[in-house]
Design a protein around this ligand. Structure first.
Ligand code: CMP
Length: 147
């Protein structure tokens, strides 16, 4: 089934000039980029986007990291987009990605479990929530991740 997912190049990926390379990998992997924009996140936006992590010990660092510079946000579309994008970015901990998922995006541009250079929605529910959070209702399908 054709799905949409939210992909984000985080501040370390944008400032490290990985955007062009990551977009090439995305297109070579068969995804369509149906929406894209560059955005500077503020504390309110990060608090909403990462609400599920607000009680975690790493949250204050996550807040500093995610507001440290612009991010590049995309809506990707493809069969099984949610699973396939998570698979392509690799594990949360980029050190692990460099060892056991060497072809993953986090192996290329990530540093550790916080500075992991990219984000992907982890379920159909989060994909729908995250896409409408950044892009509103996508025309034609009422924001549904399914066509
Ligand atoms: P992401 O997949 O976008 O989801 C939540 C983010 O919180 C994660 O990527 C990391 O950037 C950060 N994160 C998750 N776990 C940790 C951790 N143990 N220490 C620091 N940051 C983390």
């Amino acid at each position: 089934e054709k799905e949409k997912t939210l992909a984000m190049i985080k501040p370390d990926g944008v400032s490290g000039n990985y955007t062009t390379q990551i977009k090439s990998i995305i297109l070579e992997s068969g995804f369509n980029i149906v929406r894209e924009k560059m955005l500077q996140l503020n504390e309110e936006t990060v608090a909403h986007f990462y609400a599920e992590h607000s009680g975690r010990s790493f949250f204050p660092n996550l807040m500093k990291y995610m507001t440290s510079g612009p991010v590049y946000i995309m809506v990707l579309e493809k069969l099984n987009a949610i699973f396939d994008w998570r698979n392509l970015i690799g594990p949360t901990d980029s050190r692990k990605a460099k060892v056991s998922h060497q072809n993953s995006i986090r192996a290329i541009c990530g540093l550790d479990s916080e500075r992991n250079c990219v984000h992907g929605s982890d379920s159909p529910q989060s994909a729908a929530r995250e896409i409408s959070f950044f892009f509103g209702e996508i025309s034609g399908d009422a924001g549904s991740i399914h066509d």
